[in-house]
Design a protein around this ligand. Structure first.
Ligand SMILES: *Cc1c(COP(=O)(O)O)cnc(C)c1O
Length: 232
């Protein structure tokens, strides 16, 4: 067996064990293979092995890979920072946009989704640790943001996403994952019309097991599946 398929087996086993520890069914967590910077043959290897959910963080890269691989039987997720002027390339292509964190972007998603007569599923990105280098809403402004964008008929807020700090110690991120889950529960408790969030996108290669213990429904694993990334 090759490296990528071995890695998928390993991550799948760890996910199953984390679900077991948390008393959650395995089906309650979906693995997103984060394939950014990796060539199409690497993605094809995962796909041929039965893994068909991919996360990318750049619009142009999604377009190139979709051109090569299509959308039939493949689920593409936009997980990276998104500029409003590029939204038009994603509607009808990606299943979920994980990174909505400002009104201008939400308005553009509304406009483009309306044009295609579809409802676009989105997550609101929250900067739980308050890191200055990261995008995302402040936790305390998230409730009002969700209220505002819930009024856009062609956009559906499915839940929240966070990128936790880089750390060698996954336990140190538990507080942020727990915080994101509690924030989701608080927002749901407001019973905002049209808002019933069921999705928490949290956990990456270094900390996805802890994230699952704290309620992640989507984990985004790149290095743990495809190996180290090499940026030109
Ligand atoms: C790159 C990336 C990941 C995957 O990171 P790894 O540490 O390689 O697993 C997950 N989420 C986002 C938003 C990313 O940009």
């Amino acid at each position: 067996m090759s490296r990528i398929t071995d890695n998928i087996d390993h991550v799948e086993k760890k996910i199953a064990e984390a679900c077991e520890r948390a008393g959650r069914p395995r089906e309650s967590v979906q693995l997103i293979a984060v394939s950014k910077t990796k060539p199409v043959p690497d993605l094809m290897e995962a796909l041929n092995y039965g893994h068909n959910v991919f996360g990318e963080n750049k619009v142009q890269e999604i377009r190139d890979k979709v051109e090569a691989m299509g959308t039939e039987g493949i689920h593409w997720h936009m997980i990276g920072h998104l500029q409003a002027n590029k939204v038009k390339y994603l509607i009808g292509v990606v299943d979920l946009i994980h990174s909505v964190d400002n009104d201008k972007l939400a308005a553009e998603i509304e406009k483009q989704a309306a044009k295609h007569d579809v409802v676009m599923d989105v997550l609101c990105e929250v900067n739980m640790a308050g890191e200055e280098t990261k995008f995302g809403l402040k936790p305390e402004e998230t409730m009002d943001f969700v209220k505002r964008i819930s009024e856009l008929p062609h956009l559906k807020v499915r839940g929240l996403m966070t990128i936790a700090p880089y750390t060698e110690d996954p336990e140190s991120n538990r507080v942020y994952f727990k915080g994101l889950r509690e924030l989701k529960d608080r927002i749901n408790a407001e019973h905002i019309p049209g808002v019933d969030m069921d999705t928490l996108s949290m956990g990456m290669t270094g900390d996805y097991e802890v994230a699952i213990e704290e309620g992640a429904t989507l984990v985004r694993v790149g290095t743990g599946i495809f190996g180290e990334r090499h940026y030109a």
